[in-house]
Design a protein around this ligand. Structure first.
Ligand SMILES: NC(=O)c1ccc[n+]([C@@H]2O[C@H](COP(=O)([O-])OP(=O)(O)OC[C@H]3O[C@@H](n4cnc5c(N)ncnc54)[C@H](OP(=O)(O)O)[C@@H]3O)[C@@H](O)[C@H]2O)c1
Length: 266
């Protein structure tokens, strides 16, 4: 399912960031082209990701979280936790990807469009993980036709080729821990979708991380304390700090927020 730039209608754009021309040049330009002075920050953030994408299959996840590690209130409200710069960043990450993936919880709470609207670039294929088919089909991703959409459901809950609105249902074998994120990556790669952006929520990103199915994880830390709410990353308990993940990181300012990117392959 390589993206066809002709079939889906272009989603309505929202106001583009002031540096969108520089972003477009970076996205479409030659990797070895000289970097203009006014594009240095963009280059610092995105050139390593573009290089990773050129190097082969690549999966990166992103979550915006408060200082106390919450991605939403207990009732599920997460709009807008992080600032405008992180919102634009999320759209740029979509534009970099062949596919953007979210869990059913995010679709139920946010009814997101998952298209590229705040920057130049094509919308990726949208992928929703909904093992037990909790989604009815009236959600926006199934009706707007703005980009090809897949629903990954347990093989005991759907037939290959079945439709949900405009979306295609794709059966995935159930394992003891749900749908295997590595198998999800493999099936997307078989469809030509080798750069994957996992956009949330916390449960979905945690499962990809626990399965070793992420090359990078971006956490945008927002200077806010919620004190309660939905947690960000959750992994099986460790008894001492030797058992925790300690990846190489880089840190970049995104307006008032701080993006910390973990590189698990470095
Ligand atoms: N701050 C942010 O960056 C951000 C980003 C996105 C969303 N959000 C917020 O986060 C909340 C939703 O996040 P969430 O963590 O509760 O839910 P979620 O990650 O969106 O969805 C979790 C559900 O997706 C299914 N799922 C995901 N991966 C699976 C796998 N490998 N195998 C089987 N099932 C899988 C499961 O469905 P079943 O339960 O049916 O088994 C799971 O319970 C919303 O409030 C949303 O607003 C915040």
């Amino acid at each position: 399912m390589r993206r066809d730039p002709v079939t889906p209608p272009a989603p309505a754009r929202e106001p583009l960031a002031a540096d969108d021309a520089q972003w477009r040049a970076l996205l479409e330009g030659r990797p070895d082209a000289p970097v203009p002075d006014d594009a240095r920050d963009l280059h610092a953030l995105y050139a390593p990701l573009l290089a990773a994408r050129r190097a082969g299959p690549f999966a990166v996840a992103h979550l915006a979280q408060s200082l106390d590690g919450r991605i939403a209130t207990a009732s599920g409200c997460s709009r807008w936790l992080s600032g405008e710069a992180d919102l634009v960043h999320t759209h740029r990450m979509r534009a970099l990807a062949d596919a953007v993936l979210v869990g059913v919880g995010t679709v139920l709470h946010d009814d997101p469009q998952l298209t590229v609207r705040r920057c130049s670039g094509r919308s990726p294929v949208r992928v929703v993980v909904d093992p037990d088919r909790r989604l009815a089909g009236h959600e926006r991703v199934f009706r707007d036709g703005a980009a090809p959409t897949l629903v990954l459901a347990a093989a005991d809950r759907c037939r290959a080729g079945e439709a949900l609105g405009h979306a295609e249902l794709v059966p995935v074998e159930r394992t003891d821990s749900g749908l295997d994120p590595r198998e999800i990556r493999a099936l997307l790669e078989r469809r030509g979708l080798s750069t994957l952006f996992v956009e949330g929520g916390g449960v979905t990103v945690s499962r990809f991380l626990a399965a070793g199915a992420l090359d990078r994880l971006q956490i945008t830390v927002v200077p806010m304390i919620l004190g309660s709410g939905r947690p960000s990353i959750r992994l099986p308990e460790v008894t001492d700090l030797h058992g925790c993940l300690r990846p190489r990181t880089r840190r970049l300012a995104l307006g008032d927020d701080l993006l910390v990117e973990c590189d698990f392959r470095a």
